[in-house]
Design a protein around this ligand. Structure first.
Ligand SMILES: NC(=O)c1ccc[n+]([C@@H]2O[C@H](COP(=O)([O-])OP(=O)(O)OC[C@H]3O[C@@H](n4cnc5c(N)ncnc54)[C@H](O)[C@@H]3O)[C@@H](O)[C@H]2O)c1
Length: 445
């Protein structure tokens, strides 16, 4: 069944209705994944609220302000129901979702016990894992194969088995695995042929996260990358996604410090306040923090965190304000904090006549609490995109990422508020509703 709407100047998207179960595939069953799964189950049982999720709580304005039309996003576009989600995960560690959640220490044992049997039913499948790419981890639950192509084929088989055994109609995959070492796109990543050859030849430039992305796309499954490693952000996999008409997006969930940065930096630029320096410090003690303690994994994260200010502040347009600002990001592994990260930001700014001022932000956040609703929204929006016939890079989902993927000729949009407008305008466009420009002169004619 499809639903079609038209409006003046609007795009008329045929969107298939979300009938049947939606399978959620998670490479990585750590803090983020278990917080997400336990949360969904708790919400389904009416024990918790989906706070932080646009698909569950967000409203969207339609038409003129005088029309007072503000439906829920889920009333504007047909989204899968939480009751229809089925979960599967891969991890090199054997712990089921309950034990992994306890180990992550994000959610209280009391809450976890309420959903314990459900979580205990989720056992991670053997991972396509190689310690070369995540130096700090070494687990026993891994796939064996003569080549990386064989590992990808095993992942494709896992997906087919899950689809069949659980009777799911549609699927979406979100990489919630560890941050891999820093890699740059190279010759092997340029075309589908060179990528497949490199998989067969066990080329070191093919990291495990790329195998999951390849397996997803080959299986027609939309894919999002929650970590900063390349994964699907390669010409070969973008081409494959376009060819197979699969939506993809990434990279790196925008949660704590970068979320703040992409909300504060637009304010500085809006008021033409100068920036002399921005120093960002983090202490965290979860497994992600431990992985990021390895310089090679940290480099991947650092690249992802550093670029946002350059793009938002546009020093080439505003040299007097932003040409020489000093930007430093530090991540320190500090076990006592667990998942409860602390992010300090010190901003040295300057105003009228160059007079200096400072802003200090101390964000005592919970990483996985901020990330879990992002995973949920990505699953539901990617499924929507697939049902609406959208394929390739989904720029409208930039809102959720620190390093949004964009077409090669474009620069990424980092400003949180522009990202939200882009997302909402895409939903309006899908439904043939008027774009909101915030012009407003028409009210005064
Ligand atoms: N929590 C946040 O706010 C946040 C924000 C942005 C990005 N991220 C990224 O999300 C990812 C998950 O974060 P987390 O806090 O859950 O980390 P975590 O360490 O708790 O969980 C990651 C899990 O991935 C598993 N893993 C590693 N390589 C794998 C592979 N090849 N296949 C399958 N599983 C694999 C690990 O064993 C681990 O259990 C990390 O890459 C992190 O950098 C998290």
């Amino acid at each position: 069944m499809t639903d079609e709407r038209k409006a003046p100047g609007g795009h008329a998207a045929r969107i298939r209705e979300p009938q049947g179960k939606l399978g959620v595939l998670l490479p990585g069953l750590g803090a983020v994944s278990t917080t997400f799964i336990a949360g969904v189950e708790s919400i389904r049982r009416g024990m918790s609220q989906p706070i932080g999720s646009l698909t569950q709580m967000g409203h969207i304005r339609l038409g003129k302000r005088t029309e007072h039309r503000n439906p829920r996003i889920s009333e504007l576009v047909p989204l899968a129901d939480l009751a229809d989600l089925e979960f599967a995960a891969w991890d090199p560690f054997e712990a089921d979702a309950y034990r992994s959640a306890l180990n992550a220490g994000v959610l209280e044992p009391e809450l976890l016990n309420q959903v314990r049997p459900f979580l205990e039913g989720i056992h991670p499948l053997p991972a396509a894992f190689d310690q070369h790419y995540v130096k700090k981890l070494d687990g026993p639950n891994v796939k064996r194969g003569a080549s990386k192509m064989e590992l990808a084929e095993q992942l494709i088989e896992d997906i087919a088995t899950f689809r069949r055994d659980r009777g799911v109609e549609r699927l979406a995959m979100v990489w919630c695995g560890s941050t891999e070492i820093f890699l740059q796109p190279g010759a092997a990543h340029q075309s589908v042929q060179s990528f497949e050859r490199a998989m067969r030849e066990n080329d070191p430039s093919i990291a495990p996260s790329m195998l999951y992305a390849y397996a997803a796309i080959m299986s027609g499954v939309p894919y999002a990358n929650g970590a900063p490693n390349l994964s699907v952000d390669l010409p070969a996999l973008v081409a494959l996604a376009n060819e197979r008409e699969v939506p993809i997006c990434g990279k790196d969930f925008k949660t704590g410090q970068t979320l703040l940065k992409t909300a504060l930096a637009p304010m500085l630029k809006a008021r033409l306040l100068g920036l002399a320096g921005w120093f960002s410090m983090n202490i965290l003690g979860n497994r992600d923090g431990e992985v990021l303690d390895d310089p090679e994994s940290f480099k991947t994260k650092e690249e992802s965190k550093l670029s946002v200010l350059e793009y938002i502040l546009q020093p080439e347009l505003y040299p007097a304000l932003y040409e020489k600002f000093y930007h430093k990001v530090r991540i320190n592994y500090y076990p006592p904090r667990g998942d409860n990260k602390e992010g300090w930001d010190n901003l040295d700014i300057f105003g009228w006549l160059g007079y200096p001022m400072q802003i200090k932000v101390d964000f005592l956040c919970r990483d996985s609490i901020l990330a879990a609703p992002i995973v949920l929204d990505l699953v539901l929006f990617l499924d929507l995109a697939a049902r609406a016939g959208m394929k390739g890079i989904q720029e409208w989902l930039s809102f959720y990422f620190k390093s949004p993927m964009v077409a090669p000729e474009l620069y990424p949009e980092h400003d949180l508020f522009i990202q939200l407008m882009k997302l909402k305008n895409t939903l309006r466009w899908l439904r043939g509703e008027e774009q909101i420009t915030h012009l407003g002169v028409e009210y005064y004619d």
